[in-house]
Design a protein around this ligand. Structure first.
Ligand code: PGA
Length: 259
């Protein structure tokens, strides 16, 4: 795993945007895995800023797959993750909505298999952007999720519903169920880029990177993947025992070497 301790959320946004742009320049038909929540928003704003300034690559051939989706929201609900990603990123980059995918809660019995098939038919995800829950969840794979799981329905923990209540009127309006890529789905992507900011993520980040591989911290499954980059601000990096070492390794990295 490549652990990248950075000075601020802004630096994370710049490096994550560089990495995504780099991929799309090399592979104009890249398949991007996108995360929702608060953490990726500065990265998305940076990509949009560059795109509007005419400095970004063309995204017209890109396809995207969201990590997860709520179950039970009215179609087109503004907090659905598909509506969120249109609003926060893909519409602004000029990606046709037909090329922007999320798990489809219309038929829950077949939704998981349909999503897995859609990702496979697209040729798999080239770069998957990830956040991490304060409890160590990855996408909506809560603690105890199988590390081999594929896209399926999960029940959110009360903590996750409380964390996400800020996007809704109250915790009571946060759905109890979601469709989420499984940990096994995520591990199939070519390159995983996990971003985390703020002290509230410090324990989860330390458990994921330095703790034992365990379904009790689904994000620890990153340890099984051959190409993971973890971009951290000082708050999120604060509980890492080997922080000095990660700093040294990153400082030594030649400029030509991409994440
Ligand atoms: P956040 O969510 O970016 O809103 O903190 C991350 C997550 O729960 O995976």
């Amino acid at each position: 795993m490549e652990i990248v301790p950075l000075a601020s959320a802004e630096e994370i946004a710049h490096l994550a945007a560089d990495t995504i742009e780099d991929l799309v320049r090399r592979h104009p038909a890249a398949v991007l895995g996108l995360a929702t929540g608060s953490t990726p928003l500065p990265t998305y704003r940076e990509l949009l800023r560059r795109h509007r300034a005419g400095r970004g690559p063309s995204y017209h051939a890109v396809r995207t797959f969201n990590l997860d989706e709520y179950v039970g929201l009215a179609p087109g609900h503004e907090q659905s993750y598909l509506a969120t990603i249109h609003r926060e990123l893909t519409d602004g980059l000029g990606i046709d909505r037909d090329r922007v995918h999320g798990p489809d809660p219309a038929d829950l019995v077949t939704a998981g298999q349909r999503y897995e098939r859609a990702i496979a038919e697209a040729g798999g995800i080239d770069l998957q952007l990830l956040g991490i829950g304060g409890n160590g969840h990855l996408a909506f794979n809560e603690q105890g999720s199988s590390l081999a799981s594929l896209t399926r329905v999960k029940t959110l923990t009360r903590r996750t519903r409380a964390d996400n209540a800020r996007f809704f009127g109250s915790i009571d309006e946060v759905p109890h169920h979601v469709l989420t890529q499984g940990v096994g789905t995520i591990l199939r992507a070519e390159h995983l880029v996990l971003i985390a900011t703020g002290a509230a993520k410090a324990d989860a980040v330390a458990a994921a990177i330095e703790g034992p591989l365990s379904a009790s911290c689904p994000a620890s499954a990153l340890q099984l993947h051959p190409h993971v980059s973890v971009l951290l601000d000082p708050g999120a990096a604060a509980r890492l025992a080997r922080l000095d070492y990660y700093r040294e390794v990153y400082a030594d990295k030649p400029g030509w070497q991409r994440l």
